[in-house]
Design a protein around this ligand. Sequence first.
Ligand SMILES: Cc1ncc(COP(=O)(O)O)c(C=O)c1O
Length: 396
Amino acid sequence: MSASVPAAVCPPKRILLGPGPSEIAPRVLAALAAPTVGHLDPYFLRIMDETQQMLRDVFRTQNALTIAVSGTGSAGMETCLVNLLEPGDRAVVCVNGVFGTRMADVAARCGAEVTTLERPFGEVIPADELQAVVRKVRPKVVGIVHAETSTGAWQPLEEISAAVREVDALLVVDCVTSLGGLPVEIDGWGIDAAYSGTQKCLSCPPGLAPVTFGPRAVEALDRRKTKVRSWYLDLQMVRNYWSGQSRAYHHTAPINMNFALHEALRIVLEEGLDARFERHQRNHRALKAGLAAMGLSYAVQEPFQLPTLNAVIIPEGVDDKAVRGQLLNEFGIEIGAGLGPMAGKVWRIGLMGEASSPRNVLLVLAALEACLKAQGRSPQAGAGVAGAIASYDGRA
Ligand SMILES: Cc1ncc(COP(=O)(O)O)c(C=O)c1O
């Protein structure tokens, strides 16, 4: 073989406990490797129909316009905002982390007049504050993040939705780190549009963005006076590929990613949503008990700590990078660094989808103990693992 040809891809085996991507089931990887068919092949159209129905089940919605956008979670964000906002429209975006900040940026790029409602990273948005802002601004769209992956904060949505409804605005919710791991009730909570990503609690590789538009959002789409400012993400065209008689070509769908999502959704629904949410909670509680037994605490207050993303305060004097490096190099465990103002202050331990398991909880606690020892700390031997086991046994 020529010396200039690089070696074949052979990634190291990692335990993915960062902010995403998460672990992927062998069944999903097998679906990814299935033979490719054409993007208008009747077989693929059937897979698309089934995927849409499973996405409706997971989003808990009847919304006809529920699809997997070709692109990562950020493409889902852009899809929602670019289709609902026209230049000059008013938008209120809640900013309490990196992804709220990104939403505000995207809304502004759509030509909207953006008002931000800001809270410090790690806090959630109080519904009464949002109510005051939307009463004043009277926006067309309100954007908020359900599970702020950058901070580990879990945003309650029911009162937020009521405040948005009161002023007849459209509520857009980022469900990237919640869908498939925490309850998401699109219809029950009156959410008009939402997006997610495949690589978090759905445990599929990154590459697709589940999106759902409710009747009020579809009406806003149909009433637009100007063309959607993105050709690729224009739902007025993309929806014709996903449904109806014409199934007209728009772009070549990433066929095998859709196979993978189909299999990932089958796994989610086989487990059952409620059982899945309970599993995420149980493993989060055990991790938290173990961390507490090691003297480590969370950056977010109760009851707003995400089960899917645990933002843990790095003890004073401990070398953030060295610990993450040791976890990766010695134990094959990936955890995330802090982002934005939380950089260097927290570790982000994801327990998402397949990765949310007792095995991973006990493993990361034991490995973290070794890393803290290497940092000159002396956590009580086995305390983290014992704390987690006590939680699993119902003793903590
Ligand atoms: C809450 C949230 N929103 C949006 C995104 C963007 O998704 P992606 O990186 O898949 O484009 C992420 C990614 O981590 C996220 O956590």
